[in-house]
Design a protein around this ligand. Structure first.
Ligand code: PLP
Length: 410
């Protein structure tokens, strides 16, 4: 029998460990660029005003806190389907798939929960366990897939020495794979690099996906953060729907989260959707999702999904309010991104890649040594891969931060 004291200490989570070190630092100029959660220009977390209003409505009218269904309630599922797959009544292909009952949607415990549920599901029902993930990718992708019994393997994505996408190698590394793997695609605002494929590049990748019979698994954690408009950030989904409608692709899956774009982080509100080949397949898949979820957490939390429902059900005021609040959040991130760029010394170092990247992060290209110097000498906290969560930047600290970076790259 193993003694508890035989269990080795696990390493701290890389991102959450940085926040802990930041909290302990007494330097008043300290900056936290670790965690990917939004902060306003005063460095404070926010609740979207539209979300607060939805909560007030719920507080006044809720009379019970009963369990929702294993896969959430139908209203939430329909909202997600129409919002994402039908682009709110603007994608005829998506509309047809919904109409034909070819999309199974389940509410999940945010994006991480949806990744874990689909990974468990694929491990149970999909014969090929290999899942191709971009190099680099969000560290938790690899952990989630491994823990669920899948076998993650990297495909080329980004060339750090050039601070740019490595598109030729990306195609080559996919082409060299055997048929039938699962492939993870970031819908937009690739984490950590902030570099997305163009529509033309997606088409080339989708050609390879078709010819290699890969199963596409799309992760969409930052819908809205690329353009400021969530309806514009779903180009890849529209293209996938088109391929399915033309019978060029049979099926794909989508993990989605309201953590970032509605600020519902701790409410754990997201979804998994599987596009299937028939209404019968959908019925079977839905029943198996229920069978899989029930012994893990039984049913998802209800507060966040009710907020989503309340906002989407009020098309004339809360929905447009949320959309404009989200746009303002993204616009602040773009402003700090350009301010950081302006303040960086470009004599010995090219920073142009910062302006090409989108979303919550800049992928600076700084080395681990430089990031550690930023931490030790300037109390600037970021992950050692050189990813900065830019919502930690504001008018008051952007010059201090740029000056610190200028000193460590000198
Ligand atoms: N996917 C990516 C790429 C992410 O960056 C995150 C969060 O940082 C998630 C999924 C999951 O987020 P959550 O579980 O908070 O919805």
């Amino acid at each position: 029998l193993q003694k508890w004291s035989d269990i080795p200490l696990a390493p701290p989570d890389k991102i959450l460990g940085i926040s802990e070190a930041y909290v302990k630092d007494t330097n008043t100029k300290k900056i936290n660029l670790g965690v990917g959660a939004y902060r306003d220009n005063d460095g404070k977390p926010i609740i979207f005003p539209s979300v607060k209003k939805a909560e007030e409505i719920l507080l006044a009218k809720e009379v019970e806190k009963e369990y929702t269904g294993i896969t959430g309630n139908k209203n939430f599922q329909n909202i997600v389907k129409n919002f994402i797959f039908n682009n709110s009544n603007k994608d005829a292909n998506g509309a047809k798939l919904i109409e034909a009952n070819r999309i199974v949607t389940s509410q999940t415990i945010s994006g991480t929960g949806s990744l874990r549920v689909i990974a468990d599901f694929l491990n149970r029902f999909y014969t090929n366990k290999k899942i191709l993930v971009p190099k680099p990718t969000w560290a938790n992708h690899v952990a989630v897939f491994k823990d669920a019994g899948l076998a993650p393997e990297f495909y080329a994505y980004y060339e750090t020495s050039k601070n740019d996408l490595d598109f030729d190698n990306l195609k080559q590394s996919l082409q060299s794979q055997d048929e039938g793997s699962i492939i993870l695609l970031h819908a937009c605002c690739h984490n950590p690099t902030g570099m997305d494929l163009t529509a033309q590049q997606w088409d080339e990748v989708l050609e390879i996906i078709k010819s290699k019979k890969f199963f596409p698994l799309v992760d969409m954690a930052y819908q809205g953060f690329a353009s400021g408009d969530p309806f514009k950030d779903i180009g890849l989904i529209r293209r996938l729907n088109e391929l399915v409608a033309n019978d060029e692709l049979k099926s794909y899956a989508l993990c989605q989260s309201f953590a970032k774009n509605m600020g519902l982080y701790g409410e754990r509100t997201g979804s998994i959707s599987i596009v299937t080949e028939s209404s019968d397949a959908s019925k079977a898949i839905e029943s198996q999702l229920k069978k899989l979820i029930r012994p893990i957490y039984s049913s998802p939390p209800i507060h966040g999904s009710k907020i989503v429902e309340t906002i989407f059900n009020d098309e004339n005021s809360l929905l447009p309010e949320w959309l404009s609040e989200l746009d303002a959040v993204v616009s602040r991130l773009n402003t700090v991104r350009s301010k950081l760029y302006e303040n960086l010394d470009k004599t010995n170092y090219n920073w142009d890649h910062l302006l090409k990247q989108r979303g919550m992060f800049v992928y600076t290209g700084l080395s681990a040594e430089q990031v550690i110097r930023l931490r030790n000498e300037f109390s600037v906290y970021a992950t050692e891969d050189g990813r900065f969560s830019i919502s930690g930047i504001n008018d008051k600290n952007v010059e201090y931060l740029a000056d610190a970076i200028n000193q460590v790259v000198k």
